[in-house]
Design a protein around this ligand. Structure first.
Ligand SMILES: *Cc1c(COP(=O)(O)O)cnc(C)c1O
Length: 397
């Protein structure tokens, strides 16, 4: 059983803060500071260009990929990190469409994160082959999978509501229709158990700065099923995905395996921080995380609903259909969130009216959840949100 008191000590959380936004940006792991320092001073400072070999910077994308792969049920050698999640979504979809050249429809849903849809739209436009991006409501996805679909591209856990798709079932239907399955795990990796290999998923992507605590701008990851790794043709054919980058051939020849999904020079300092952040996960069983996350989320919902009727649950009520976050609708949700933050309870807001709360068992406690719920109820019941400083919108909500 995971010792959650010990995992909380892994993080450096400011005093007086209840942090319920680890689904957006995980907090600072204590060991990340010394690790970043060492990478900068001893490696970059001391080894200069030699760091690529001596400090094994060049292997980090694959080594860290395997550390993340363990958390999402991926086979060793099938995850690599690099770039941003938007880029990885583009790469996965481009590769999927090349695998199904005769089909012209990409299926996604209106619960997807906008950047995934924007990237798909841009890719389809520049392909210029008459592809269609078909967006249906989340509950209509399974009924919309047919033999015209090239790829089913979905985000497993909805960023706004926490609603979770049935990965096994939808992947099975996708394959029965002869299409390629792509899952975005941005709100799943480190939040809920995922079994990519068991579900037979073709490709997956995700980010490392949310539940994996890799720090702002930490690199993303991409998974390609081992059966496809030597077939997929990388659209972003960068030199570090080449079979022999240092041969400096004029012709592109993709590397064997997952390495072909690398693009360019990886961010070494940010990878070092992520490497440190992943230490806490080595001993963790995702089933323990899931059980605890459900306890915390259920406690939050019941406390909020018994304290006020002014907010309404925007997340599925059945915990089996939710990831590790809970959203409540409130007509002045933005202002109420600012009032909460002013009282040390940090969540966030997603338009038009959703207040989002992420639950991270690694550091959130039951006591914090009770206090956060009580504070939210006070703010909406007493109208504490109705002050000019809370109504003024910042660029990042
Ligand atoms: C957070 C998130 C992103 C963010 O993409 P970046 O390229 O890292 O900015 C993309 N997709 C989903 C589903 C997300 O939740």
């Amino acid at each position: 059983m995971t010792d959650f008191a010990a995992t909380r000590d892994f993080f450096d959380l400011p005093d007086g803060v209840i942090y319920l936004d680890g689904n957006s940006l995980g907090p600072l792991p204590q060991n990340a500071v010394s690790r970043a320092n060492r990478t900068m001073t001893d490696e970059w400072g001391g080894m200069l260009i030699g760091g690529w070999n001596k400090a094994r910077w060049m292997e980090m994308p694959i080594r860290l990929g395997d550390r993340i792969g363990r958390l999402v049920g991926a086979q060793p050698g099938s995850v690599v990190i690099g770039d941003t999640l938007s880029i990885k979504v583009y790469q996965a979809l481009a590769a999927a469409l090349e695998l199904r050249p005769e089909r012209k429809v990409v299926l996604s849903d209106s619960g997807n994160f906008p950047t995934d849809l924007y990237m798909a739209d841009g890719l389809l436009r520049s392909l210029g082959k008459g592809h269609e991006l078909r967006i249906v409501a989340p509950e209509e996805v399974s009924g919309a999978i047919d033999e015209t679909i090239a790829a089913v591209m979905l985000t497993h856990v909805d960023y706004g509501t926490g609603r979770m798709h049935d990965m096994a079932g939808i992947t099975r239907m996708t394959h029965e229709a002869g299409a390629i399955s792509i899952w975005d795990l941005a709100h799943s990796a480190g939040a809920v158990p995922v079994d990519l290999a068991g579900c037979g998923v073709d490709m997956a992507t995700g980010c490392t700065y949310k539940y994996l605590n890799g720090g702002p701008g930490a690199p993303a990851f991409i998974y390609v099923n081992p059966d496809l790794q030597d077939i997929v043709r990388p659209a972003l054919s960068g030199w570090l995905g080449h079979d022999a980058p240092f041969a400096f051939d004029l012709d592109y020849r993709p590397a064997p395996g997952i390495a072909r999904m690398r693009v360019g020079t990886p961010p070494v300092i940010q990878m070092a921080v992520l490497d440190a952040a992943l230490d806490v996960w080595d001993e963790i069983d995702m089933d323990d995380i899931r059980a605890r996350s459900i306890e915390l989320s259920e406690l939050f919902i019941s406390r909020v609903e018994s304290g006020t009727t002014q907010v309404s649950l925007a997340s599925p009520r059945d915990p089996a259909e939710r990831g590790s976050q809970v959203s409540f609708r409130f007509r002045e949700g933005y202002a109420a969130m600012q009032a909460l933050i002013a009282r040390g309870v940090i969540g966030d807001f997603r338009a038009p009216d959703r207040m989002r709360f992420g639950f991270c068992p690694l550091y959130n406690t039951e006591d914090e959840v009770r206090r956060a719920a009580a504070t939210l109820c006070e703010i909406v019941e007493r109208g504490e949100w109705d002050r000019p400083e809370f109504l003024k919108r910042e660029a990042v909500t």
